[in-house]
Design a binder for this molecule. Structure first.
Ligand SMILES: C[S@@+](CC[C@H](N)C(=O)[O-])C[C@H]1O[C@@H](n2cnc3c(N)ncnc32)[C@H](O)[C@@H]1O
Length: 318
């Protein structure tokens, strides 16, 4: 097990390798940079034309934080932000997001709004404040979900699982906001258990190819947002399987993905064909209200996104 800066540097060392579990969506992205832009220095994130900007189809973040930009986002977010009214925890999550985004020099954009609404839903519906067991974030982007959990659940440890290239981006964004929170890098079940037993560690970084290590620890909640829709069905099935097998009496899963998506090699992924079971205890299910409309900075500003379903369920255990 490696800790703190050494842990993050280990992910950087592997950043240019191709993950076995990457679907064609992540391997067929045309010529990329020769070297991962964060490989040499993941601790000094500078975002934008002069620094790191993107590494493929993981979207982008906005670092334009002037009053004018904040106002524009705030106005354009109005329709989606209404969803927050239904969650007691939303105001707290919003405050937490503002604090950590300030440290990252990042604005509260539509992606953060989506994640903040998800966090509020999860806090309202699950007994996470009373539990110490870890949460697994599968396929985060820019560390957004992990950061919101770190800030709103100060005793919770998070396992962040991702393709190596994106995992390094997640860690660079997290390190910028939480330089002292304690990071570990693991590959095996034994190291995973050691990392979670170490009081100083709050974030455990796991490369997707080592996801089997998730099955060794008592995960209370798995989270996957706009990510399984881009995985091979066999990889999605493996994540369901490790969450069902992990040693906890109850494990919840929040899954929010396109109803249907066609990948470049013709593979079609469908939310309802993920390996759900009739005995899963569903808490929330349906079209995800905060992914219906997205916005951009030019008229007509709003556009309809492809249909996305979200489901929060206590999984039947294997
Ligand atoms: C479109 S991005 C979505 C990011 C973020 N969850 C969001 O909602 O904005 C898809 C994410 O899935 C991750 N991903 C793809 N294949 C994966 C795999 N096999 N295991 C874990 N994460 C994976 C990508 O690296 C990326 O972070």
């Amino acid at each position: 097990m490696l800790l703190n800066k050494v842990a993050i540097l280990e992910v950087a060392r592997h950043a240019d390798s191709v993950d076995r579990d990457a679907s064609v969506h992540w391997t067929d992205v045309g010529p990329g940079p020769v070297e991962h832009p964060l490989k040499r220095d993941p601790f000094n994130l500078v975002y934008g034309p002069a620094g790191f900007s993107s590494i493929g189809p993981i979207g982008a973040v906005s670092m334009k934080t002037s009053f004018r930009h904040r106002l524009i986002h705030w106005l354009l977010q109005l329709p989606t932000r209404m969803s927050g009214l239904e969650f007691e925890s939303y105001a707290e999550v919003r405050r937490a997001a503002d604090g950590l985004l300030d440290r990252q020099g990042r604005i509260f954009d539509n992606d953060v709004l989506r994640h903040a609404l998800t966090m509020a839903l999860i806090l309202d519906r699950l007994p996470l404040r009373q539990e110490a067991d870890p949460i697994a974030v599968i396929g985060d982007g820019f560390g957004t979900m992990t950061a919101l959990i770190l800030e709103t659940l100060p005793s919770t440890k998070i396992i962040t699982v991702n393709l190596t290239k994106t995992l390094l981006v997640d860690l660079a964004f997290l390190y910028k906001a939480f330089p002292d929170c304690g990071y570990a890098y693991v590959e095996t079940a034994a190291d995973m258990r050691t990392a979670l037993a170490e009081p100083s560690v709050r974030v455990v970084a796991l490369r997707a190819d080592y996801s089997e290590a998730l099955a060794s620890v008592p995960i209370i909640l798995g989270i996957n947002i706009l990510s399984m829709m881009e995985m091979m069905p066999s990889v999605t099935a493996r994540y369901f399987d490790v969450l069902r097998r992990c040693p906890r009496r109850q494990t919840a899963f929040y899954c929010c993905n396109r109803v249907e998506k066609r990948l470049a090699d013709g593979t079609v992924t469908r939310f309802l064909e993920y390996p759900w079971r009739a005995a899963d205890d569903i808490v929330v299910d349906g079209p995800c209200p905060w992914t219906r409309i997205a916005y951009r900075g030019w008229p007509p500003f709003f556009y309809r996104s492809n249909p996305v379903q979200h489901r929060l369920a206590w999984l039947e255990k294997s």
